[in-house]
Design a protein around this ligand. Structure first.
Ligand SMILES: [Zn+2]
Length: 455
């Protein structure tokens, strides 16, 4: 730890400065939330353009050289401001688009009218990820006139819609995003008052499994008992994907172990809504199961519905299978293992085909070295307690694009969310007290990097 990079006085000055800035940061956040920048194509895309322009204007006001780039998708904003000669450079990522609001009736207050209740700011994007955008702006403001490092801000416009044009943006504009450290503010903290760095994310594979047993459907009275139906065959096949304990039974997949964090079964039951009497599946600590081991879920099936059922042996049936992967797992290899398992376990010689629909890499940070040391120290300065390393069971697929494009950079995944944020859901909200700490941590981090001895 380079505890001496900044003096306690310097850190206190940054805390004070951020505290003074928060009312305006909050007001600017509310303006962003009022723009319904839903990137999904069935929504008005002029709003996404508006939010890109609003973000660009916030960055211009901080003196950044700003460009809005469109590479076949939604508008992204890239802004840059040089630091002192020879200082490290940092790229700050967030996204300005949001998820659809869903049914307005599920919201206690209108999704695009930011509203404070009990220390939280409610609204679509109030956390994910317009607060991420504003954390970057707050850090820049805290250092206005004397930025300690070179900063590039990259605010994407289609993260919630699959980041389809991100590879092209990185190809065409990536040279402007290269940096010693890349801060991706799109995750969250472990709990209120407990900061975290997100050091692992799971990858994923989605595929469709089709089973055929008959040339055509036939009468179950005349042929049942000797001819297998496709639905039963499919169900047996899907059942083979887990062992008795509920662990994934596909052989050869990567597995890891989560950090020892306080997370018990009662909390998991509460958060997941598991019914009384229903047991957990899998083995290992709960967090290991959620963050570091593979999981398999059947997410859809094409079978005759109950309403339309007749006494027939179905000739064919299909299921969509979603597999989450350990952070280190290569997705294409995982798909091949899954496909081999399914073909090997075809019951009664049923014809099985497996088609890959989508795959994405996980992320396992190289969470050591001077940049990570300064990041951890910055979080400790902001919260008064050391950050934990946390995993996320889901994916942020674009992070692997950054890892591939910038192999030399330290990639730090942070964010404004907490366990009650409900990102993507109704009544999404931001904890305002935690948000200030996020802003302090980022401002201190820039100062700490700027104070590192130069090579
Ligand atoms: Zn997000």
């Amino acid at each position: 730890m380079t505890d001496d990079a900044l003096t306690p006085d310097q850190i206190q000055q940054i805390r004070n400065r951020v505290a003074e800035l928060m009312p305006q940061v909050r007001a600017d956040l509310e303006e962003l939330v009022r723009i319904p920048s839903v990137s999904a194509s069935s929504f008005d895309q002029s709003q996404v353009a508006r939010s890109a322009e609003a973000v660009a204007e916030l960055l211009r006001r901080e003196g950044l050289d700003v460009e809005i780039v469109v590479e076949g998708g939604r508008p992204a904003v890239i802004g840059h401001l040089d630091g002192p000669e020879g200082a490290p450079t940092v790229t700050l990522y967030a996204h300005h688009d949001v998820q659809p609001p869903g049914d307005d009736a599920d919201w206690d207050t209108p999704p695009f009218e930011p509203t404070e209740r009990d220390g939280r700011l409610y609204g679509r994007g109030a956390a994910d990820d317009k607060a991420g955008v504003m954390a970057h702006v707050a850090a820049l403001r805290a250092h206005a006139g004397s930025l300690p490092v070179g900063v590039t801000v990259f605010v994407e416009g289609e993260e919630e819609y699959g980041s389809a044009s991100l590879p092209t943006i990185l190809e065409k504009h990536g040279h402007r995003l290269a940096a010693d450290a890349i801060v991706i503010a799109d995750s969250g903290n472990w709990a209120i008052g407990e900061p975290a760095l997100t050091t692992t994310l799971r990858g994923g594979v989605r595929c469709v499994v089709r089973v055929e047993t008959l040339d055509h459907s036939v009468h179950s009275g005349m042929f049942g008992g000797a001819a297998p139906d496709a639905v039963t065959a499919l169900i047996r096949l899907l059942a083979s994907l887990h062992d008795e304990e509920g662990n994934v039974a596909v052989q050869g997949l990567d597995e890891g172990t989560a950090a020892e964090l306080d997370y018990d079964e009662a909390r998991f039951r509460e958060e997941s809504g598991l019914l009384d009497g229903v047991g957990l599946i899998g083995s290992g600590s709960i967090l290991t199961r959620l963050w570091n081991k593979p999981s398999i879920t059947t997410i859809g099936m094409d079978v005759t519905s109950v309403d339309k059922a007749s006494n027939t042996l179905a000739a064919r049936a299909a299921a969509k299978v979603s597999m989450r992967l350990a952070p280190t797992q290569e997705p294409q290899a995982a798909f091949e293992l899954l496909r081999a398992h399914l073909l090997d376990h075809a019951p009664w010689g049923a014809k099985v085909t497996v088609d890959l629909e989508e795959h994405g890499s996980g992320f396992a940070a190289d969470a050591d070295g001077p940049v990570y040391d300064e990041a951890r120290a910055s979080f400790a300065d902001a919260w008064g307690t050391e950050p934990v390393d946390m995993g996320v069971g889901g994916s942020i697929p674009f992070i692997s694009d950054f890892v591939a494009r910038f192999p030399e950079a330290s990639i730090i995944v942070t964010g404004v969310e907490d366990p009650d944020t409900r990102a993507h859901g109704a009544n999404e909200s931001l904890h305002l007290g935690e948000f200030e700490k996020v802003c302090v941590a980022e401002a201190v981090f820039l100062a700490r990097l700027g104070a590192l001895p130069r090579a």
